[in-house]
Design a protein around this ligand. Sequence first.
Ligand SMILES: Nc1ncnc2c1ncn2[C@@H]1O[C@H](COP(=O)(O)OP(=O)(O)OP(=O)(O)O)[C@@H](O)[C@H]1O
Length: 313
Amino acid sequence: MVVLRAGMCPGLDEGLVGDLRAAGIKTVEDVVSSDTEELAQRCNVSYKALFAIRRVLLAQHTAFPVSGADLYEELLSSTAIVSTGNPGLDKLLDSGLYTGEITELCGGPASGKSQVCFGVAVHVSCRLKQGVVFIDTTGGLSAGRLLQMLRAETSGVEEQMEALQRVRVFRLFSVFCLLDCLCELRGGGLQQAAAAAAGGGSVKALIVDSVSAVIAPLLGGKQNEGMSLMMQVAGVLKTMAKDFNVAALVTNHVTRGLGGELQPGLGASWGPVPRTRVLLERAEGAAGHTSVRAATLIKSSRRVRGPCRAFLK
Ligand SMILES: Nc1ncnc2c1ncn2[C@@H]1O[C@H](COP(=O)(O)OP(=O)(O)OP(=O)(O)O)[C@@H](O)[C@H]1O
């Protein structure tokens, strides 16, 4: 229910809003559902002017109906599936990361979140020959580790260098810098990042490792600003994923629930933001330095059957 205010649309000034109020018309809904001719007489305004106001208000405030078929068509034309390069993870994710969506990897310290992100960056840049934007908020990204992973993909030095150039890295350590960076990318920087990538292609993956590192310190207590900043980050990531058809991959920490179970961090407000969430853990019984990780699908909007757990190397 939207309350009428002066200036909401051309012709709706203070005087007319006052007259409409006096006639019991306080909201856009009231204007739209009233008899325009009768209302024009009661408010001493011309029928033509009131009709024009009604038409603008209708256009501004009503949702245009869209058929299910149109929505499905839009989904098909805008969604692509980006393989992570890890068969186990791809199977869990129903073939890979979906563009237009946010996928979250959550897990405790050293559970392998960053390593999986590096693997995705390497696979997308080297095998798929597409651009990657990698936002590193922990200082954990190392060019040496990327190169090590690239060497496992290809022995060609030129190919390795081209792949490295397709990964645009931003290092920043506060939520304000993260928001600035995302807004700049949304305002055209993403295309520039793609243009700067060797061999063309477009940016297909936007990785933020980690979102919780810059947001979690601002949550809790009476820090309302933290919550608002978190939802701004969520909003920009969602619109970027949709508008640019990129797969957004973020990492999050975990906390322990009352029963000792692992829960994704950042609380209930962040919960619905990623469409898909995978919990990473060291494989049970594994020795300290094993690279085997257990990945469990703990949220998915599309998976109804099939394995929900995989072991990743
Ligand atoms: N160069 C490497 N080669 C192989 N395995 C590595 C390498 N570097 C790190 N690892 C493995 O990755 C683990 C750390 O993983 P990673 O940094 O991805 O964890 P994380 O979940 O991102 O942790 P945090 O939340 O603390 O940043 C190490 O314990 C090690 O087993």
